[in-house]
Design a protein around this ligand. Sequence first.
Ligand code: HMG
Ligand code: MG
Length: 307
Amino acid sequence: MRSLPTRVTLVEVGPRDGLQNEARPVDAAHKIELVQRLQAAGCREIEVTSFVSPKWVPQMADNAQVMAGIVRQPGVRYAVLTPNLQGLEAALASRPDEVVVFGAASEAFSRRNINCGVAESIERFRPVVAAAHAAGLKVRGAISCALGCPYQGEVTPDEVEHVVRLMKDIGVDHCGIADTIGVGTPRRVQAVMARALRHYPPVEVSGHFHDTYGQALANILACLEMGLHTFDASIAGLGGCPYAKGATGNVATEDVVFMLHGMGIATGIDLDALVDAGAYISGVLGRAPASRAGRALLARRGGAAAA
Ligand code: HMG
Ligand code: MG
């Protein structure tokens, strides 16, 4: 068996992918405190917010306020979503380290999510990439619905590779393969990742797995077997996508860290502090963390305190 990576980079997307989907508004102060706790726990890549239309996603309307409020820590990279030039221009004032353009492997999802088809989305991203590079920023690309689409159904690896190639052509630095609705299973995920790896080196390919069908950890393991070592994850399993009904959160960061540390793979993250961050934001939202590892570790602490 091929040896697995010894270190994994986790991109914490909870403040963005998680909180964009909350029906009840979350105060900017809570978002800022969440980022503080995540970086204190050792998260080094944090997707903080998105510069999208506040009419489409009102949850992220406080983007500039949140970016202004976070206390930046050296060594931590702060990313934001920028779907078009208007978003990028607003984002630049907030000094992100990285921006994310987000397209889709499915035409139908592209239209619902960003109000244009795949080809047009690439034309919108082109000047975003150029302007971000001119400002010295790295650009990540996310490709939604790479394993299935809530509107179109089946999505083929050919369709995914087509968008990977388009993103590469306009200079996107990193390729994020997203299973928006969590239907991917390990061998299918490997087949799609193999297509991304035709165009990007392993260090610039990542997995973004929503855990709707409970497949995310298995899919991450399948990616590790291919030498991939960058994954998005969401604290307390927060989130979903407002344009993919029924999609649950991204795989919980606590669960991924528990698995990786159990396998002797380093993340640089302190699991106990991470569990505290998950408990904090879940408390703000008035529910228990969706992370299984988070709940188990909190229960164990409760048991130890009672004994
Ligand atoms: P549009 O309507 O096509 O844009 O929206 P437009 O250029 O025609 O402008 C229309 C109006 O929107 C104008 O305002 C613009 O100023 C405004 P009006 O004159 O009507 O008052 N506008 C903006 N306002 C603020 N920031 C902007 C911006 N752009 C235009 N950047 C747009 C196109 C992309 C903006 C819209 O469709 C949108 O905001 N969509 C939201 C998409 C979104 O945030 N989805 C969730 C994140 S993606 C995700 O979760 C998937 C991911 O996690 C991976 C996965 O799991 O699959 C990444
Ligand atoms: Mg997502």
